[in-house]
Design a protein around this ligand. Sequence first.
Ligand code: F6P
Length: 380
Amino acid sequence: MKKVRIGVLTGGGDCAGLNPALKWVVKTAMDERLEWERGVRYEVLGIRDGWKGLVGIDLSSPDTQGSIVPLNPDIVRTWDRYGGTMLGTSRFSPYDPKNACHGLVRENIERLGLEAVIAIGGDGTLAITTRLSREGVNVIGIPKTIDKDLPETDYTLGYETALNVIVEEVDRLRTTAGSHKRIFVVETMGRTAGWLALEGGEACGAYIILIPECEFSIDRVNELVMEGRRSGTRYEIILAAEGARTVGGNEVVKKEGMDSFGHKALGGVGAVIARQIEEATGLETRSVVLSHLQRGGAPCAYDRRMGRYFGIAAVDLVVREKYGNMVSFRNGKISYSPLENIYGKLRLVDVATQYDADRYNGRRSMLNNGRKKNVNKNQS
Ligand code: F6P
């Protein structure tokens, strides 16, 4: 029987859902029943630490064993229960001028005899995947990121687990906030996309939600807080995306500079907002940064299911030799899209139809999706 070897890797920030996807790539590729139907015996090599695992491989050295792991259904049997990634990950780009080793990555893919590589990642990892595809490497992408900011798909692995963390933590904060009559500003991740803050805030019933897609006025935030207090609230939960910024203001960063994928290190806006609210209103205000808690822990049921479906769909594409695509979830169906349609693009919240720019919260009309009028009074 014809033998075909494929590689699989996870790149970028870890999250829940990666291990279920890895498990189902391996199980689907190496399924003995399917093997007879396909007339092909697939082998799967796990590549450690993202694209970095394909650099510095010396096939004659034991080192190779460190970055390449042969996988089989027995090894991956229980992986879907666990968070993070069993293969490890990195934000290493072979196209970063500091590394400049994409030629070597290509050569090593050939030397390892990999017919195709399945890369599970967000915008950074999939951009590398697209560029390698342009250079003739057979690749398939699987979307993952708690930011849910990839175009061409309604779901990215890790997102739903992260939302559950937000809801769980806010539920905890409510009792202490209420006891002390305090305001809590809870900072979520998400980079330049507001999905985590918006949909996390909708799920936990946040009083105010601040997202990067809609610059906010701190005066309006204070006004809304005071309005709440006048109507008898004891406490407020404000969700602020790490990329949220005031009208005409800048994003708050933890440190200057960019990572290898060209991303800023955002963080700290929650504390800034909390200080400003306390100064203006005199109300005790605390901030909490949920940070990597949103990426950690076991995958929720949805991420286990979506990891499974995406893993299976990625192997389906390999079997059909439909390379250069990313598996996706659109309009309730598992599908796929050309990686080129994703390259360099982000899917952000559409403020006009998905956000209430006056009350800084989720929308109050579900059926009027085409509504154009959503005036941000503070920007007009
Ligand atoms: O892209 C995923 C993400 O979790 C972002 O929401 C966040 O800004 C970033 O990664 C944090 O990255 P790091 O793991 O490098 O701190």
